[in-house]
Design a protein around this ligand. Structure first.
Ligand code: AMP
Length: 566
């Protein structure tokens, strides 16, 4: 792990992407086959592969306690170090470098040993057991190694290494075409396994596997109808943008499983969908959204929320807030029934994927089944798109999804094949980095949130604003408890917290401002909702803020017109 950390340090030290790729390719190409998958997965900034269902469950507070104990440093040393760098890995290294005696090189953990500890952390129950395991690992790590162990663990590698660069390094290390590496990576969602296939010249064997979730295709935000038609047109497909929970359905025989946006198995929360998807005449993977649906009507997201996070919901809850699966895409299918070969459809145009999806004749909710198909319209002019958009907004719909019927399904990419056309006043997904107790009736609860977006150039978080929470009292109470146990440092009323809670923030205007590190400020920011379905890796970037800033300025006139027409 020491060698891996040195390579990571060198990758971080150069801004030249060609040099980053060369360094990594050289390192990966020389690794023993047994270490290759672990090294590659760690370079993706995760303790486990993306498609892996495991998580270590080690919170920042537990890491901080373990570091303090392993270093004999004062209890506030880690908080002060974190405040200097806003980087937990760096803070851990700074605190551990104060140890009177550093561990000898011969006890340094290997890559395999670190991976084994991560696996054990996942199965250990309770913070005390996890802390003890992690502390034992730290006592064997020199500061640099500990820095990177923590960065991998927390998913905050921040060495300026995008997934594309890692794939390029794998391609170069083993002399394979980059496109083949990318395609394999997309299909299996595991860069470690992809690296092994590249090393052994078996990239062509990569195929999606049932019950291994694929990354989701994402949509890019867009507001201007002319621009959308220019990009995706002349003819575009328009679907309602449903306000539910994105899910991927895998099914074979009597087994069906649902995976969430962060690729976790959430089947237990939606037993009626799992039951309703069993024993159908095809096997495969569908993409869509879980919605609350009763007597022919979609229920508001608030109703669906009562179903979230609850395994084995009571029969009463299932009856009052029933759920259905609205499908809009087919990613893998064997329509010829059990036993026939599964066909990946990712590179097949959307138009054909939709045809195959419709041909499945899913048992629809209105006929007693648990399925629906997304409502699809064809539009071939900017005027037409604006009309449909205005209609969607009049129905209180958040917006529209505009899709290119000729586009492929690109897992994990915010491609331009799908655009989300949202409300005129856009919202930003931000991560909460600090909280404070509120005033008045919010006295005693942590209700004021400071939030940040990601600066992609550095990988770091930059503050963009602060807002009173617009959440319900129950949510605020629950979040208060969460923030209390995930506080990294406290300065008077202000608590710096583990940056993992994602909130959707609405605002009136974006302004340039020196008040926050992002260089921007929001006027009248308000927290619309918690985005428990999103992780800090998925928040909006400074680039999006800049684009919105410019777009809102240029679009102001157009938006007024759109508003008047409504
Ligand atoms: P956002 O969450 O604002 O980034 O928007 C993207 C999300 O819109 C996706 O992850 C889906 O959960 C959701 N969505 C709703 N309707 C559709 C649709 N018809 N096609 C694709 N995604 C949709």
């Amino acid at each position: 792990m020491r060698r891996w950390s040195e390579v990571a340090e060198r990758v971080a030290a150069t801004t030249r992407t060609s040099e980053k790729t060369a360094l990594l390719a050289d390192y990966l190409g020389r690794l023993p086959a047994t270490d290759l998958p672990t090294a590659a997965v760690f370079f993706s900034g995760r303790p486990f592969a993306q498609a892996d269902q495991r998580a270590t469950g080690l919170g920042w507070a537990t890491i901080a306690t373990a570091v303090t104990r392993a270093s004999d440093a004062p209890a506030d040393a880690i908080a002060r170090a974190y405040d200097r760098s806003s980087d937990l890995g760096q803070a851990v290294a700074a605190v551990l470098s104060l140890r009177a005696a550093q561990p000898a090189g011969d006890v340094a953990p290997s890559l395999a040993e670190v991976a084994a500890v991560f696996a054990t952390l996942e199965t250990a129950s309770g913070p005390a057991a996890k802390r003890a395991l992690f502390e034992a690992l730290l006592t064997r790590c020199d500061p640099l190694t500990a820095k990177y162990v923590v960065k991998v663990l927390t998913g905050e590698l921040r060495i300026g290494l995008r997934e594309g660069l890692l794939e390029a390094a794998v391609a170069r290390a083993f002399g394979r075409p980059i496109d083949e590496v990318k395609t394999a990576g997309m299909l299996i969602g595991d860069i470690g396994e992809t690296a092994v296939l590249a090393a052994t010249d078996r990239l062509a064997e990569a195929a999606p596997t049932l019950f291994h979730p694929l990354k989701y295709m994402l949509a890019s935000p867009a507001e201007d109808a002319d621009e959308i038609i220019a990009r995706l047109g002349p003819t575009v497909w328009v679907e309602d943008k449903y306000d539910g929970i994105r899910a991927q359905l895998h099914r074979r025989g009597s087994s069906a499983r649902l995976y969430s946006r962060d690729l976790h198995d959430v089947s237990g929360q939606f037993p009626e969908i799992v039951r309703g998807a069993a024993d159908l005449a095809w096997e495969g993977i569908l993409d869509g959204e879980v919605l609350a649906y009763l007597d022919g009507n979609v229920l508001p997201f608030l109703a669906l929320q009562t179903r979230l996070g609850r395994k084995d919901p009571s029969l009463t809850l299932q009856a009052t807030v029933p759920v259905i699966f609205v499908a809009w895409d087919a990613l893998v299918l064997n329509e010829a029934g059990p036993g026939s070969e599964l066909q990946p459809l990712l590179t097949v145009p959307l138009r054909e994927r939709r045809r195959r999806l419709e041909a499945l004749q899913l048992p629809l909710a209105d006929d007693g089944g648990v399925f629906a198909l997304s409502h699809l319209m064809t539009v071939d002019s900017a005027d037409g798109l604006e009309r449909v958009f205005a209609e969607a907004r009049a129905r209180n719909n958040e917006g529209l999804m505009v899709k290119d019927p000729d586009s492929a399904y690109t897992p994990g990419r915010r491609g331009l094949g799908w655009l989300k056309m949202k409300k005129a006043l856009a919202t930003l997904d931000c991560v909460v980095v600090g909280v404070e107790v509120g005033h008045g009736k919010r006295h005693g609860v942590l209700s004021d949130y400071t939030f940040a977006v990601r600066d992609e150039a550095t990988g770091g978080l930059v503050n963009i604003g602060k807002a009173y929470s617009g959440l319900t009292d129950a949510e605020i109470a629950e979040m208060t408890r969460w923030f209390e146990s995930h506080t990294i440092a406290q300065f008077g009323r202000y608590r710096q917290v583990e940056p993992t809670v994602v909130v959707e923030v609405a605002f009136d205007v974006i302004m340039r401002s020196n008040r926050h590190r992002s260089g921007f400020a929001l006027r009248f920011p308000r927290i619309v909702q918690l985005r428990t379905d999103k992780s800090a890796a998925e928040i909006d970037t400074l680039e999006t803020v800049e684009r919105l800033y410019l777009g809102l300025q240029q679009g102001a006139e157009h938006l007024v017109t759109a508003g008047a027409r409504k």
